[in-house]
Design a protein around this ligand. Structure first.
Ligand SMILES: *[C@@H]1O[C@H](CO)[C@@H](O)[C@H](O)[C@H]1NC(C)=O
Ligand SMILES: *[C@@H]1O[C@H](CO)[C@@H](O)[C@H](O)[C@H]1NC(C)=O
Ligand SMILES: *[C@@H]1O[C@H](CO)[C@@H](O)[C@H](O)[C@H]1NC(C)=O
Length: 489
């Protein structure tokens, strides 16, 4: 009797243990699931919205429009677009702002929109010609500072606006159209390729890297007044496009522009030109003729100037070649582009090959020939195209840990490496690349390719701008272009 009671007691105790055990496992699984979710979907407004399958009001969408998918079919409405840009690029010699204008607006013209470009005439070269009857250029003489002469372009614009059809939308690349005129246009979007607040970060980096012999930049103290000035005149532009998530945050939080007037559209590059092509890469390497013993090919491209971080890269490479014979024997650095640092790089001997500026097709082969692309830029403003080109070519990237880059491009270590703008940090990152080796780099290159195909193609950028222009010009109402229906998966 006593035994039996004791047994049943033991049994129920065991039972209880089982139940507790099962419960704890269950709650552990729930906890794991919750953690997983927090990392992934917590910040993902899009998924939350998509789940409920509610249409999104695009004007209030807080993330980059590149995350959305827009139809690639021909538009249901054709727009008459005015573009104000300081300079229209001539072939490959162009900065980021000009390239953005060229890629975006040529594509919009190809899609059938009526495009009027207000830009400066260049004094020496002939203006490029395009076989498109819906693409019109209105040239004017630049001011002594190289800007658009506002009175002249405004007159040209007014004349175009009053003949035939008025403009549906005005786009200005940075201050192409100054705020003194933009205030009169409601259907307008400005794309900022660098705002003064971000530039302060660049100034801080430059000041930290300055050697005691160099004079202090005057800019450092003037920049804050520049920000204040910008905060005052930016509201004269109806809609703002930021080219990085970070710049979008600054426009909303520091410049205090209402969120429905700030939109993030990341830059895109031509995915037909920049894509993986092993044979092109091999051919490029063969032409340069360096030995197969080079198991790591690092690529640099762009203007070889101080604010693109070339003094840092030069110093890091110089030290590594001197201190590490493995690095010296197994690696080679290819430098595309020109500028004052080209000559310095040549001084580093056979470990560095300076190729000079490359035409676009050559540049595409260059990306295919390298194992990793490095961009040591010190410019916190804007979003560098070269990183996007390398990623679309299927290459991993390494770049300075600037908010625009880590917030919008190299968002995790899956696709590359980031470093602080110091020689020590840069060297550490390059050594890490060496240790990881080709296998790991190829994997990261795959991730870079997938991410960039989703976000950084010219097609994606063009579709986003087209939708923004349609939305602004047609007004924000039910069923308008400003409503976005998330696709059902
Ligand atoms: C004008 O010519 C100079 C020298 O040949 C060249 O450096 C510059 O890029 C040219 N300008 C344009 C707008 O093509
Ligand atoms: C362009 O023309 C339209 C129609 O005449 C007019 O409503 C609009 O105000 C004009 N835009 C500007 C900026 O003058
Ligand atoms: C030298 O570089 C190689 C990679 O090229 C790396 O594995 C090694 O750790 C480096 N040695 C030193 C002493 O830093």
């Amino acid at each position: 009797m006593f035994m039996a009671k004791n047994l049943s007691c033991m049994f129920s105790f065991r039972h209880l243990c089982y139940i507790l055990f099962t419960l704890s496992i269950f709650s552990f699984i729930l906890f794991l699931y919750w953690c997983h979710c927090c990392g992934k979907c917590y910040s993902s407004y899009q998924i939350k919205q998509g789940k409920r399958n509610q249409p999104i009001n695009l004007l209030r969408y807080p993330f980059a429009w590149n995350h959305l998918s827009f139809s690639s079919e021909s538009p249901t409405k054709f727009l008459k677009i005015a573009l104000f840009v300081k300079k229209w690029p001539h072939r490959s010699h162009a900065g980021g702002l000009e390239r953005h204008a060229l890629t975006l607006h040529l594509a919009l013209a190809k899609r059938g929109h009526d495009l009027h470009v207000f830009t400066t005439s260049s004094s020496n070269s002939s203006f490029p010609e395009y076989p498109m009857s819906n693409l019109h250029f209105h040239l004017s003489k630049p001011t002594p500072g190289g800007y658009l002469d506002q009175a002249t372009v405004w007159e040209q614009f007014q004349a175009q606006n009053s003949t035939g059809r008025p403009f549906d939308i005005v786009h200005t690349e940075s201050v192409g159209l100054r705020h003194t005129r933009s205030r009169y246009v409601t259907d307008l979007a400005v794309t900022w390729h660098g705002i003064a607040y971000e530039t302060i970060h660049s100034d801080i980096i430059q000041e930290l890297l300055r050697s005691p012999q160099e004079p202090q930049e005057k800019a450092l103290s003037e920049r804050v007044s520049k920000v204040v000035e910008e905060v005052k005149f930016f509201p004269n532009y109806a809609h703002h496009v930021a080219t990085s998530d970070h710049a979008g945050d600054i426009l909303k939080r520091v410049y205090m522009i209402p969120e429905e007037r700030v939109h993030i559209i990341l830059n895109g590059v031509d995915e037909e030109v920049f894509r993986p092509d092993t044979s092109k890469g091999e051919e490029f390497k063969q032409r340069l003729g360096f030995p197969d013993s080079k198991s790591l090919v690092i690529g640099l491209a762009g203007r070889l100037v101080k604010d693109k971080g070339h003094p840092l890269m030069f110093e890091a490479l110089k030290q590594m070649i001197a201190e590490n014979s493995t690095f010296q024997e197994s690696s080679i650095v290819l430098v595309a582009g020109d500028g004052p640092w080209a000559a310095r790089y040549r001084d580093l001997g056979s470990n560095v090959q300076v190729l000079g500026p490359l035409e676009q097709a050559e540049l595409a082969s260059f990306y295919n020939a390298i194992d990793i692309f490095a961009n040591p830029t010190l410019r916190a403003q804007g979003l560098d195209h070269t990183l996007l080109e390398a990623m679309l070519s299927g290459k991993p990237v390494m770049a300075t840990r600037l908010p625009s880059i880590v917030g919008s491009v190299i968002v995790d270590t899956e696709m590359g490496y980031t470093f602080s703008p110091t020689v020590t940090s840069l060297k550490k990152a390059i050594y890490e690349v060496c240790v990881d080796g080709r296998g790991v780099l190829e994997q990261k290159g795959q991730v870079a390719r997938h991410t960039s195909l989703r976000l950084f193609t010219a097609t994606k950028m063009v579709a986003s701008y087209e939708r923004l222009f349609l939305c602004i010009s047609s007004g924000n109402h039910e069923g308008s272009f400003c409503q976005y229906q998330p696709p059902i998966y």
